[in-house]
Design a protein around this ligand. Structure first.
Ligand SMILES: Nc1ncnc2c1ncn2[C@@H]1O[C@H](COP(=O)(O)OP(=O)(O)OP(=O)(O)O)[C@@H](O)[C@H]1O
Ligand SMILES: [Mg+2]
Length: 1025
């Protein structure tokens, strides 16, 4: 049954909003409405129309993702779809790629799992034309990893830094263009490093070919890089004042060219806050941020630096007043900068010569400086971000996932040097794709033990060679033309190309072309037949852009800057080095080679992004535009390579699980070898040998039709299966219910019987009942045990547990006592012992005792300083253990006198200031008498025979109970303390007897009474201790 229900779950899935969605391979059954979710299942895989129709159908249903095997095709929806939530991430986590509808998360998860299980580095290559959604896709992938990967605090912080690097790079490297309000004007490759647990531990970014020309010029309707507008809109007044900037962007020459200071979809002010916060999260110091803003402001000031022409053709700066500001921001010397902007330094025959620049030269030197400063600062920024993302020393990266967000094929009306580089990059990526896809196909065939079948595809190596080959390639020729002495220009470069490459099947110029092509080509253009289609390039500006020169004297000024960023960007060694730096195209070629090496070492996944219309509109599908992209993304070529062998492949268990109801031998369960089960199934379905092959763990089906027929058969079979499953399920539920009812009735019967026999001996009739009673009592007891020794409560036991309950009660009490004793500190123990003695002597004997119980006995009532030094000296080695102030009543006349009573180890003394008046040896002490009332009187009885003694001492003290307890304990005379109701007799000197009478009264009073007695009137609660 479990297997059958599981089978059902394969068809429908309820999404987070509770809607039922068709998912997994079940979408196969809805192919008329939503198309196929994998292009390899297109019947006519050579038809571009069928391809686009499939895209369109899905796009209309908001299904923007479709696979070509492991390639994900994504169409920009231009609206927020609710498919990127955390719940959605959970949906895709750990789920097999093909089991659920296509998604960027499925691809991310698949790459992540492959990295973890196969321990192989992965890369995700995202391409597409401007505005197609590459950057958005890369951000979604990063977010997926940041949210779903296991992470501790440090790793979460790193994840946050990875995410925060986006707004910073976008502020400095993105701009509004006609095609995209947030167009990335640089290529980006980012490595995310994971440790052995799969947690992100580091990152690294490589940047490619920033479009520097945008710093000084923008086409109509476009803007400069976002950061300039963010600074002007978001920076506070103080900051702008410090940077010498006005808030209005129209005041800056470098920002007015496109005539588009504001973009409705962008809030520069908010983005400024986001960028500033991101900079601090990434770890930029305040000083670094200030230096960075100085550089940005300096570029704006450079743009406003204007030149005039003197009478003799010399050039001078007309905006002298703002030069000091500019120089300060750049951290350089103002006059040196002014000079370098209007003069050129040449070295001829080992001698340096300074020559003035003409007007145009000065303007282009200024622009070159602005581009160099901005471009190098951007590279510095990337490096700085890399430092903060760098692996910490103690972490060991285990594997890497790389993300490449790079411009796709660009075919504009006028294509220049930049498009040439971009399209060259795409040729290289296509080559990599072919190589890696074929390699993995071949590997799969090999592991599955299937013979390799040759795949027909177009190998674009010939075009890559045309561009990059040493000496003969376009880049080499361009470099040569730049370096060649003598008059060179863009046209001479074109001629050189014609001379060298004329006749190449992928290269045409106006001169070389036939009549038809010639009509659509300009004389200054050359055409390359790229794998994806042809592109005409205009050679104007090729030489200058490839040269990318900055006058030497400008470099010299910059490398002396005291702005930390500028001085790191312009190194002194660069000026010293006489060797010419590499040309721009060669630099790009070399960085591409490195990128290819990086990508080759990894397992690739692809995201191909498509823009549905030029108007950034939701829901609009412009077929012409999409067809163009399908062509230039090489998607048909992708599909051909992927479909070269088999359209569909699945692991045996997945195939069997889905289609087993179609064969009586495999339904409901197949217990034999999987391969045998699949073999039986396809034989039963009547597959012909050329339609499929069985590998070691997978079945390969050549044509989608075969699969669709199988799918349709399953569809037809479903009602039958539903009935089987329903009846099995209902039967099982009914049986379970009946069993439960039987069990309940049985239980009730036993209980009633047990109740009737409850007073009998333990026997089968009552055993359940009695056990239950016992069990209930013990469960109740556990919850209600007394918590302290003073709590005498105890649950009433049932009669048969009286004895056991009593044992338990005693045991529990003993336990609590033991626990209590173990917690008692020595100090507290001493106190307790004294209190116990006091209790034995005074409890129920003396009125003042109950009040004394709650008060602690002190170690002494006299501090050391209160005892006279002479007394201490007289006592010598005998230490005073306890002392208290007492009143001594004269034996004759009962005059009260203040004294101190000091207890030593073997005797006590009565002290009058400096003198010891009387000594009481404990050995000799006959007894101690007290009244039963609440006075503080006590009498120490001494032997009459001792001539040295002055008789008994009549004393009174505020803490009589404490004092007497201490004396009794020290003298070991606990049995000699007498509590006398009414009166106490005592001995005066020479054997004469005195009497103290005690009575209760309203006021405490000690006075001479009748017959020479001492009369003590005690008032309850005066002497507490
Ligand atoms: N999955 C998506 N969901 C919703 N909107 C999207 C999605 N992908 C892209 N967009 C929209 O399209 C715009 C352009 O996308 P993005 O910046 O990613 O393009 P791009 O391919 O990186 O272009 P460029 O090459 O110019 O950098 C985004 O600003 C966003 O408004
Ligand atoms: Mg982008």
């Amino acid at each position: 049954i479990a297997a059958k229900t599981q089978f059902f779950f394969l068809f429908f899935e309820v999404d987070v909003q509770g809607r039922v969605r068709l998912v997994m391979e079940s979408a196969l059954t809805a192919r008329d409405r939503v198309g196929v979710q994998d292009f390899v299942l297109l019947e006519n895989y050579n038809s571009e129309a069928a391809f686009i129709e499939n895209l369109r159908r899905r796009f209309k249903e908001n299904l923007i993702y479709t696979y070509i095997g492991s390639v994900l095709v994504s169409v920009n929806p231009y609206k927020d779809l609710e498919i990127y939530s955390k719940q959605q991430m959970e949906r895709y986590r750990g789920v097999s790629f093909y089991e659920i509808s296509p998604h960027i998360y499925a691809l991310s998860d698949n790459a992540y799992r492959a990295m973890r299980t196969e321990r192989k580095d992965q890369c995700i290559l995202i391409s597409g034309e401007s505005g197609a959604g590459k950057t958005e896709a890369s951000k979604k992938i990063l977010l997926y990893y940041a949210v779903t990967c296991p992470a501790n605090d440090h790793m979460a912080a790193l994840g946050e830094q990875l995410l925060q690097s986006n707004p910073v790079l976008e502020a400095f490297g993105n701009a509004k263009t006609l095609r995209n309000d947030n167009s990335s004007r640089f290529g980006k490759y980012m490595d995310v490093q994971f440790d052995f647990r799969g947690a992100p531990v580091g990152g690294h970014i490589l940047n490619y070919l920033l479009e520097k020309s945008r710093v000084v010029h923008q086409n109509h309707g476009e803007r400069n890089f976002h950061i300039f507008y963010q600074l002007l809109d978001g920076g506070d007044d103080d900051l702008l004042h410090k940077l010498g900037l006005e808030r209005n962007p129209q005041k800056f020459q470098y920002l007015v060219k496109g005539n588009c200071p504001r973009v409705s979809s962008i809030s520069d002010k908010n983005n400024w806050k986001v960028v500033m916060k991101a900079l601090s999260v990434i770890g930029f110091t305040e000083e670094e941020v200030q230096n960075l803003l100085n550089v940005i402001a300096s570029v704006l000031h450079l743009g406003n630096t204007q030149f005039g022409e003197g009478e003799e053709g010399e050039t001078f700066i007309t905006t002298e007043t703002q030069m000091p500001n500019l120089a300060e921001l750049l951290g350089v010397d103002g006059s040196a900068l002014g000079n370098a902007l209007t003069h050129k330094k040449l070295t001829a025959k080992g001698e340096e010569m300074i020559t003035p620049l003409n007007f145009e030269q000065a303007v282009s030197a200024r622009d070159a400086l602005a581009k160099a400063v901005y471009g190098r600062t951007f590279t510095w920024l990337v490096e700085k971000i890399n430092q903060s993302l760098a692996l910490k020393v103690h972490t060991m990266p285990s594997s890497v996932i790389g993300l490449l967000d790079i411009y796709g094929f660009e075919v504009l009306q006028h294509n220049s040097f930049e498009q040439f580089c971009i399209n060259y990059c795409n040729e290289k990526l296509q080559q990599l794709f072919i190589e890696l896809t074929l390699r993995s196909e071949q590997e799969e065939y090999e592991t599955e033990g299937i013979a390799w079948e040759t795949v027909q595809y177009f190998d674009n190596k010939i075009i890559c060679d045309l561009i990059e080959e040493k000496h003969k390639g376009i880049i080499s020729i361009l470099d040569e033309e730049c370096l060649r002495p003598g008059e060179t220009c863009d046209v001479s470069f074109l001629e050189k190309l014609e001379d060298t490459l004329g006749g190449h099947p992928h290269f045409v110029t106006h001169k070389l072309a036939n009549g038809k092509t010639r009509r659509v080509m300009n004389r200054e253009e050359f055409r390359l037949l790229h794998y994806a289609g042809e592109v005409n390039y205009n050679v104007n500006g090729f030489l200058e852009k490839n040269n990318d020169l900055l006058n030497r004297n400008l470099k010299e000024v910059m490398c002396q800057s005291d702005n930390q960023i500028v001085s790191q960007c312009f190194r002194r060694e660069e000026v010293m080095d006489q060797k010419r730096p590499e040309m721009a195209a060669t630099q790009f070629k070399n960085s591409l080679m490195k990128l290819m090496e990086i990508l080759m070492s990894k397992e690739p996944s692809y995201v191909r992004c498509i823009k549905p219309n030029d108007g950034k509109q939701a829901g609009k599908f412009d077929e012409v535009l999409v067809r163009h992209q399908v062509k230039y993304l090489g998607l048909m070529e992708n599909l051909r390579v992927r479909r070269a062998g088999f359209a569909y492949r699945r692991r045996f268990e997945a195939f069997l699980q889905r289609y087993k109801p179609l064969c009586p031998d495999t339904w409901p369960n197949w217990h034999g070898r999987l391969a045998d089960g699949v073999s039986l199934l396809v034989n039963h379905l009547g597959y012909k040998p050329e339609e499929y092959k069985l590998g070691r763990s997978k079945i390969f089906i050549r044509f989608p039709r075969t699969l669709f027929n199988t799918e349709d058969a399953l569809e037809a079979k479903k009602p039958e299966i539903v009935i089987v499953i329903q009846s099995a399920w209902r039967g099982m539920k009914a049986r379970r219910r009946a069993r439960r009812r039987r069990q309940a009735a049985d239980l009730i019967r036993r209980f009633i019987k047990g109740f009737i026999y409850r007073h009998e001996e333990y026997c089968p009739e009552n055993e359940y009942f009695l056990d239950h009673i016992r069990y209930s009592f013990l469960k109740n007891l556990i919850k209600n045990l007394p918590k302290s020794v003073l709590d005498k409560s105890w649950p009433t036991p049932p009669p048969l547990l009286y004895e056991a309950s009593e044992y338990l009660r005693v045991l529990h009490m003993r336990n609590m006592v033991v626990k209590y004793c173990m917690r008692v500190q020595p100090e507290w123990k001493k106190q307790m012992v004294q209190k116990v003695v006091a209790s034995e002597i005074f409890k129920d004997q003396k009125d003042s005792y109950p009040q004394s119980v709650g008060r602690l006995f002190l170690d002494t009532r006299l501090e050391r300083e209160q005892i006279n030094l002479k007394v201490t000296q007289t006592l010598g080695s005998e230490k005073v253990q306890y002392g208290a102030s007492v009143t001594k009543y004269d034996r004759r006349g009962f005059k009260p006198r203040p004294r101190q009573l000091l207890l030593c180890n073997t005797f006590a003394v009565l002290v009058d200031r400096t003198k010891i008046k009387q000594k009481f040896d404990y050995m000799a002490l006959k007894g101690i008498s007290l009244s039963s009332l609440s006075d503080g009187m006590f009498v120490l009885h001494m032997p009459v025979s001792d001539k040295k003694q002055k008789g008994d001492a009549v004393l009174q003290c505020n803490n009589a109970i404490e004092l007497v307890t201490k004396v009794a304990m020290m003298a070991d005379k606990m049995d000699h303390v007498n509590i006398c109701p009414g009166s106490i007799k005592f001995v005066m000197s020479r054997g004469k007897e005195g009497i103290i009478d005690f009575i209760r009264g309203s006021e405490m009073k000690v006075s001479k009474g009748r017959r020479g007695h001492l009369l003590v009137v005690s008032h309850t609660s005066v002497f507490a201790m």
